[in-house]
Write a protein that binds this ligand. Structure first.
Ligand SMILES: CC(C)(COP(=O)(O)OP(=O)(O)OC[C@H]1O[C@@H](n2cnc3c(N)ncnc32)[C@H](O)[C@@H]1OP(=O)(O)O)[C@@H](O)C(=O)NCCC(=O)NCCS
Length: 279
C-alpha cells in the first residue's frame, strides 16, 4: 500500500476501534474508554486505507490558547518508514495553530520530533505494579466541589497552561484528593481507571512530602488494583515509588517546540502526569 492511497480524515469516535487495534499492536495499555476521553478533549487525524482500516492516528489536545500536547502518534507497523508519521505530525501541528507544543516521546518517535524542531527537556519515568506495604502519610482530604477553582489555579501555576477542560472531565471520572492548610488547597492529586488498572495523576504539590501523602492516600483506596504513576526527573519520587511496589518499567522524553510559554510556579510543582498524552 502506498501512502498516496491513504486518506487523512478528522479523528472521530468512529475511529476508536481501529485506533485501539493500533495502540495494542504498539503494546500500549489504552482501553477504548481512554481513547474516547482523548478524542473528546482533542482534535486529531486518522489515516484510513482503501479498505477503511485505521493505519495511523494522532491527537492534538489544546489547553485553551496557552499550549497543546501532541499524543497518540501511531503508524501501523506495516506502514512505517514511508513518511506517514511525518504527514500526521504536519497535520496535527496545523490543527494546533500557533500554540506552543509539548509531547512525551518514545524512542521510535524521537528522530521525527527532533527533525520537526522539538527539543528534549527531561525524562519521564513510568512506574507501575501492585502496591507493597504502605501506610497513610500526612493529612489528605477528598476534594469538595467548591475546591475546583483552587485546584485549577494550582494546576495552571504548575503546568504553565490552563488545563481547566481536562480537570472538568477528571472531576467526573476521577477520585480527587487535596492537602489543605489554613483553609487553602496547597496540593492535589487524582486517581482514575486507565489502561491495565488505575492511574494516579496529575499530582501537583507544594512539596515531595505532600506528593507522597496524596499518592499513598489515593493508592490505598485501590490497594488491590494494578497502579501506574508517571513522574518526572525533578520530582525525586522514583526511588520511593519503587519501594512501595511500583517498579520503574520505562518512560519517555518530555519535549517542547516553541518557547515563550508562561513561567511556571515555584510554589507548586508537577509530581505526576495526568498521563503521557495529557502531560
Ligand atoms: C513514531 C512513528 C509514528 C513514526 O512513523 P513513520 O510513519 O514510520 O514515520 P516516517 O516514515 O514519517 O518517518 C519520520 C521521520 O523520522 C525519520 N526516522 C525514522 N526513524 C529514524 C531513525 N531510527 N533514525 C533517524 N531518523 C529516523 C525518517 O527518516 C523520517 O524523516 P523525514 O521525514 O525527514 O524523511 C512509528 O514508528 C510508530 O508508530 N511507532 C510506535 C508508536 C510510537 O512509539 N509512537 C510515538 C509516540 S511518541
Amino acid at each position: 500500500m502506498r501512502t498516496d492511497d491513504i486518506n487523512l480524515v478528522s479523528f472521530t469516535s468512529e475511529h476508536v476501534d481501529g485506533a485501539l487495534a493500533l495502540s495494542r499492536q504498539a503494546k500500549w495499555p489504552h482501553r477504548a474508554e481512554d481513547w474516547h476521553m482523548g478524542q473528546r478533549l482533542s482534535r486529531g487525524i486518522a489515516a484510513v486505507d482503501e479498505a477503511g482500516s485505521v493505519v495511523g492516528t494522532i491527537l492534538m489536545t489544546p489547553y485553551g490558547e496557552d499550549c497543546a500536547t501532541i499524543n497518540m502518534v501511531i503508524v501501523d507497523e506495516a506502514m512505517r518508514g514511508r513518511g506517514l508519521g511525518r504527514k500526521l505530525m504536519d497535520e496535527a501541528m496545523a490543527l494546533a495553530g500557533g500554540r506552543p507544543l509539548r509531547l512525551i516521546a518514545t524512542t521510535d518517535g524521537l528522530p521525527l520530533y527532533r527533525k520537526l524542531g522539538f527539543v528534549a527537556e527531561g525524562e519521564i519515568f513510568q512506574h507501575q505494579g501492585h502496591l507493597g506495604d504502605l501506610v497513610p502519610l500526612g493529612e489528605v482530604e477528598a476534594a469538595a466541589a467548591g475546591d475546583f477553582p483552587a485546584i485549577k489555579a494550582l494546576d495552571r501555576a504548575a503546568f504553565g497552561a490552563d488545563r481547566g477542560t481536562l480537570l472538568d472531565v477528571l472531576s467526573a471520572v476521577a477520585q480527587v484528593a487535596v492537602v489543605r492548610r489554613n483553609g487553602r488547597v496547597e496540593s492535589y492529586g487524582a486517581l482514575r481507571a486507565f489502561g491495565r488498572g488505575d492511574l494516579i495523576g496529575p499530582v501537583v504539590a507544594s512539596s515531595a512530602a505532600d506528593a507522597k501523602s496524596l499518592i499513598s492516600a489515593l493508592a490505598l483506596r485501590k490497594s488491590s488494583s494494578f497502579l501506574r504513576v508517571d513522574t518526572n526527573e525533578a520530582s525525586g519520587l522514583t526511588g520511593w515509588l519503587a519501594q512501595i511496589g511500583l517498579d520503574h518499567v520505562g518512560g519517555g522524553i518530555a519535549m517542547r517546540r516553541q518557547t515563550g510559554e508562561a513561567m511556571v510556579s515555584q510554589d507548586a510543582r508537577i509530581f505526576a502526569l495526568a498521563n503521557q498524552a495529557f502531560g
